[in-house]
Design a protein around this ligand. Structure first.
Ligand code: PMP
Length: 394
């Protein structure tokens, strides 16, 4: 069969990496040993690129809940909730999530990616306007594309730029959907949600916040950045994922809107995909209980973040944002970032290599995600591996 020209372009980039003997996007963890360690290329490796912020993936209560549900209800639902029906657990998880955020209702999706796709594409359509932060996650961009709405990007974390663009809309501003994130995944920087909430109120628009990287980490009981900044009531739709602090797979939206239930009939990424399996639902319900009571883990996470941030800062690295669960080391040059990443892996530390166009400002970066489950010794070992690169380069 003829080679697909689009895939050939991607293959050419892969081959370029292969000539260097480095494969940053095809890493296999042969055995996962704990929330913070895995066996990679036969080497015991510290995992510092996981989003496992609270380290709950091996939580015994969560595993027990998953096991029980697996035995009781089987491996999968084999269909969508619309066509094949919901299991009781789906609804129970939604009730739990709504109660956790103090919102009227919740809707659960099969991934966080689909939550953004499903919410944006159902809330706006052709002829509507959606205002998004320029550094938005791919799922927000893709949701906009699926919606067919008119997409206007404003400067990253710049509420004045948003307000300027809203003003240009005239009477249509009141119908606009504004979409921002709480903590941005690449650099770990926080959104000025109070300012965005003010703009939303000024124009009478609708505000959606993706709290993927702040749920479990920030705010009272881990409710996220909107809670921490005291503007949760101004957020019309909070979107999140089960794949980070909750240590599982899935996505959700909570809202006071009475329309949330109607979305079940209008959102294609909700309707046309299989619902979450029973073990995932049960584990997530248990993890949510643990997360909401885990102030000790949040403190440990913050201490670890500060230790890593201070350690890497003292080594002279350029860092993306103040100490946070995401600590990004800005490298600039792509080839250097690639070699640096490989060096860290060979020294027993796995981080995420991020390169343009996924990164803001066209910079390449090494993204560390800190976990409450990291020991201070592991954080020091991560710093030592980074330090050895400076030595290796000299
Ligand atoms: N939103 C943001 C901001 C994310 O960073 C991610 C995952 N990287 C998602 C949504 C998608 O979440 P999931 O992995 O559950 O699909």
């Amino acid at each position: 069969m003829r080679e697909n020209p689009r895939l050939q372009a991607v293959q050419a980039v892969r081959q370029e990496l292969a000539t260097l003997g480095i494969d940053p996007f095809g890493v296999q963890i042969d055995r996962i040993l704990s929330p913070t360690e895995g066996l990679i290329h036969g080497r015991r490796t510290i995992l510092a690129g996981t989003n496992n912020y609270l380290g709950l993936t091996f939580d015994p209560g969560t595993i027990a809940a998953a096991r029980e549900a697996l035995e009781a209800a089987g491996t999968g639902t084999t269909g969508s909730r619309m066509a094949n029906g919901s299991y009781a657990g789906h609804r129970e998880l939604e009730v739990d999530l709504a109660a956790f955020y103090g919102k009227r209702d919740a809707i659960v999706f099969s991934t966080g990616y689909q939550a953004n796709l499903g919410m944006i594409s159902a809330l706006v359509g052709t002829g509507d306007v959606v205002m998004i932060d320029a550094d938005s996650h791919a799922s927000i961009y893709d949701g906009c594309r699926l919606s067919g709405a008119n997409v206007i990007r404003f400067r990253h974390n710049d509420a004045a730029d948003l307000a300027k663009r809203m003003r240009r809309l005239g009477d249509d501003a009141a119908n606009a959907l504004i979409v921002v994130e709480g903590v941005y995944s690449m650099l770990g920087d926080r959104a000025p949600l109070r300012d965005f909430a003010r703009v939303k109120r000024e124009f009478g628009a609708t505000l959606m916040v993706d709290e993927a990287h702040s749920m479990g980490v920030l705010g009272s009981k881990g409710r996220g950045l909107a809670d921490e900044q005291g503007v949760l009531a101004d957020v019309d739709y909070v979107v999140g994922t089960f794949s980070k602090s909750l240590g599982n797979t899935g996505g959700f939206c909570v809202s006071d809107s009475p329309d949330l239930d109607v979305l079940r009939y209008a959102s294609r990424p909700y309707v046309f995909t299989a619902s979450l399996p029973p073990a995932t639902i049960a584990a997530t319900r248990q993890a949510l209980r643990t997360l909401s009571a885990a102030d000790d883990l949040r403190l440990r996470l913050q201490n670890n973040a500060e230790r890593l941030h201070a350690g890497l800062g003292a080594l002279g690295f350029r860092l993306g944002a103040p100490a946070n669960a995401v600590v990004a080391v800005l490298v600039g040059d792509k080839l250097e970032a690639l070699r640096f990443w490989d060096h860290l892996l060979k020294h027993g530390v796995y981080v995420n290599l991020m390169v343009p166009p996924a990164t803001p400002g066209g910079e390449s970066l090494l993204r560390c995600s800190v976990s409450a489950a990291h020991t201070p010794e592991q954080i020091d070992a991560i710093c030592a591996a980074f330090a050895s690169w400076t030595g290796a380069k000299a």
